[in-house]
Design a protein around this ligand. Structure first.
Ligand code: NAD
Length: 355
């Protein structure tokens, strides 16, 4: 029996609700497999600040480093918005990404056939979409120095070093080589020097991957193309700020932000999390969609633990649940046989995944 150490960070808002469902499904899938998961919970975000005065206690960093993988819900909430930047929940997450060197964020966008009508886009535009947003995660505007907020003036700095661009570009080309052999690098090279370096460097890296075709697109055009013709994309390679915006936009291709998982990798331990935030507007109502988090747990099994068969079971269980018409509220208008709460849909997925 293989034993895996999973660091669990539930976080704030709907974080605990969705993580509980992912754990339920992981436990169910372990029943008929030869692996066992040992979970240790760590604090991060607003709840960590309330308890320890720090949104990322050192114990959390050490615990994550000593695990096989990290499963994370979401952080943030209005009540912490007026704190100084280094005390805010978001700063805990950014620091953890840096501490674990998680520079590559894989955000796959998949369309479930059963939810083709859940998207605000037409069926013929989205049917068959299968794209991956490869977002750089530990550089760019989120981390650049100097940064300052004054009374009358505030600024941030977008910085990328050549080495940072090379390593994320390699990830994108390697991913594309195993998928549709296309990378579209997204930047704003017509205006930003940092994007000009990005573009030149991506061109250099591309020479090592002759089987993968490379195109470039400005980010404003990409935002438009994603809704015009999303099927043109295979791997979208982009920086931190452009990636977060484009992947939220791309989530509506699938019908709900509550469906999209992500994996943040690069260092020794990967972190697996839904792309959405802590959704304070629906916290505690039992209506959050846990599928993004359950699918993130599946990515964790596949990529961090090499348990592809167990991951397949989870993915099939999600497919089956949607096929049979079980829906959380966010996707309830589309082919619903039964509207389920967060825990109900989690239990059905767990039941199917255990078989
Ligand atoms: P959000 O992603 O939390 O919510 C946006 C909208 O999507 C809301 O209407 C919400 O109800 C809905 N939604 C999100 N997840 C859902 C789910 N699983 N099921 C059903 N509906 C869902 O973004 P926001 O409202 O801009 O931010 C809220 C808080 O989350 C802020 O404090 C923000 O800083 C934080 N945030 C955290 C992360 C993270 O932890 N990785 C990411 C983004 C935002």
């Amino acid at each position: 029996m293989k034993k895996y150490k999973i660091a669990v960070i539930k976080g704030d808002g709907i974080g605990p609700e969705i993580i509980d469902e992912a754990i339920k499904v992981l436990d169910a899938v372990s029943i008929n497999s030869d692996c066992e998961f040992v979970y240790t919970e760590y604090l991060m975000g607003g709840n960590a600040y309330e308890i320890t005065g720090d949104p990322l206690p050192q114990e959390t960093i050490e615990g994550c480093k000593n695990s096989d993988a990290v499963l994370f819900g979401a952080i943030g909430g209005d009540q912490w918005d007026s704190l100084p930047r280094d005390k805010r929940p978001e700063s805990g997450l950014l620091r953890l990404r840096s501490a674990l060197d998680l520079y590559a964020n894989f955000r796959p966008v998949k369309v479930y056939d059963q939810l083709l009508d859940a998207s605000t886009l037409k069926r013929e535009v989205i049917e068959g979409v299968d794209l991956l947003v490869m977002r750089e995660l530990t550089g760019g505007l989120y981390f650049g120095q100097p940064r300052e907020k004054g009374e009358d003036k505030a600024f941030n700095t977008m910085v990328y070093t050549k080495d940072e661009i090379i390593r994320i570009a390699k990830m994108a080309f390697e991913a594309a080589a195993k998928r549709g052999q296309k990378v579209c690098s997204v930047d704003k090279a017509n205006v930003l020097e940092v994007s000009q370096l990005w573009r030149e460097t991506v061109e250099e890296v591309a020479k090592d991957y002759p089987e993968v075709s490379l195109s470039h697109m400005y980010v404003d055009n990409c935002a438009m193309q994603l809704v015009r013709d999303p099927k043109q994309f295979d791997v979208i390679l982009t920086g931190n700020i452009f990636g977060v915006i484009l992947s939220d936009e791309a989530s509506m291709i699938s019908g709900s932000i509550g469906l999209l998982p992500s994996a943040s990798v690069g260092g020794l331990v990967g972190l697996y999390e839904p792309i959405h935030g802590s959704a304070p507007d629906i916290t505690g109502q039992g209506i959050a969609n846990p599928i993004a988090t359950i699918a993130s747990a599946s990515m964790m099994l596949r990529f961090a633990l090499g348990e592809a068969a167990a991951a397949d079971k989870i993915d099939s269980a999600i497919d089956r649940v949607l096929k049979e018409g079980y829906r959380t509220k966010d996707i309830s208008l589309y082919g619903a046989k039964e509207i389920c709460s967060t825990t109900e849909i989690g239990s059905i997925i767990a039941d199917y995944a255990s078989k």
